[in-house]
Design a protein around this ligand. Structure first.
Ligand SMILES: C[S@@+](CC[C@H](N)C(=O)[O-])C[C@H]1O[C@@H](n2cnc3c(N)ncnc32)[C@H](O)[C@@H]1O
Length: 286
């Protein structure tokens, strides 16, 4: 049932996506759909990024960590619009390189650092950050609890983390569950619910907003922009690959519309005292 990809395959897949996303036609689509052109691979729109900035209370002097930052969306945008310092972490070097080059050309007010690192083993000291964000990253990796713990270890007490994640709706029949797992992102399955994972990793859940309607709207907009620019996109992706992409996105949209896939926005604060619960971290999807 699971289609958890090999980690190296995933890195190569994303590296190729970030390379292609720099082409003028894909940037055009991104501007039309998300309102940005950083080479996004998440479903975070500009409006959602602005919401994240407010929820995190970002401003000059705040130290933001963007996990799974890709080529800079939305971390660089958040730094650009709020003046905060930003550190971008992801696994494909190609993506971080694109992000850092853009940061240099935009001459951000705050400091910007890029690091190639696994989100489950963040190479930073305790108290290094005041805020963390990640967009649809936990559904692209199977070390969810380890990543949440690693995030907790590098922030000060009371720091806020805001993130979005795509998940499989609870209570599905086994055939619907299987469809959701096939249509969702590579590691959409989670053996433990996110509120539980957060508590175990040392995070207090402050709010959980269902942003599935916005998600469905964004996928519809993407499909419509793709249709309008199909000829140019076939040249960039290759005809067969583009057809497959369209088929996959249509199937995902159908799964969202049928209530099989959800997208949530979580607002969490780092617990001030006490150690996170000691739990087994070797289970699949955890
Ligand atoms: C859906 S993309 C989001 C990227 C970007 N933030 C955006 O909004 O476009 C998920 C990202 O998580 C990254 N990722 C996957 N596994 C990771 C890991 N173990 N450590 C760090 N990043 C990881 C991928 O390389 C990818 O860039």
């Amino acid at each position: 049932m699971s289609r958890t990809p090999d980690k190296q395959d995933l890195v190569e897949h994303f590296a190729e996506e970030y390379r292609l996303a720099q082409s003028p036609i894909i940037r055009e689509v991104e501007r039309a759909v998300l309102g940005c052109d950083y080479g996004a691979t998440s479903w975070t729109t500009r409006a959602e990024a602005e919401r994240v900035a407010r929820l995190l209370g970002l401003r000059a002097g705040k130290r933001l960590l963007e996990v799974g930052a890709g080529s800079g969306w939305p971390g660089l945008f958040l730094a650009h619009t709020t003046g905060c310092d930003v550190t971008l972490v992801d696994v494909p070097l190609a993506a971080i390189r694109i992000a850092v080059e853009r940061a240099i050309s935009e001459q951000l007010d705050g400091a910007c650092r890029g690091a190639v690192a696994d989100a489950a083993a963040l190479p930073f000291s305790h108290n290094a950050f005041d805020a963390i964000s990640h967009s649809d990253v936990l559904c692209c990796l199977d070390t969810k609890r380890s990543v949440l713990r690693a995030c907790r270890q590098v922030v000060r007490s009371g720091a806020r983390m805001v993130f979005t994640v795509i998940s499989i709706a609870p209570g599905l029949s086994s055939s619907d569950y299987q469809r959701a797992a096939e249509c969702g992102p590579p590691c959409v399955e989670a053996a433990v619910e996110y509120p539980t994972l957060l508590r175990q990793a040392g995070w207090d859940l402050i709010d959980h907003v269902d942003v599935t309607p916005e998600f469905a709207h964004t996928v519809r907009r993407l499909l419509s922009e793709w249709k309008a620019r199909a000829a140019g996109l076939r040249e960039v992706h290759g005809a067969t690959e583009f057809t497959e992409l369209v088929i996959r996105r249509r199937a995902a949209l159908q799964a969202i519309e049928e209530g099989l896939l959800k997208r949530g926005l979580f607002v969490t604060d780092a617990v001030a005292t006490g150690e996170p619960e000691n739990v087994d971290t070797n289970r699949k999807g955890v």
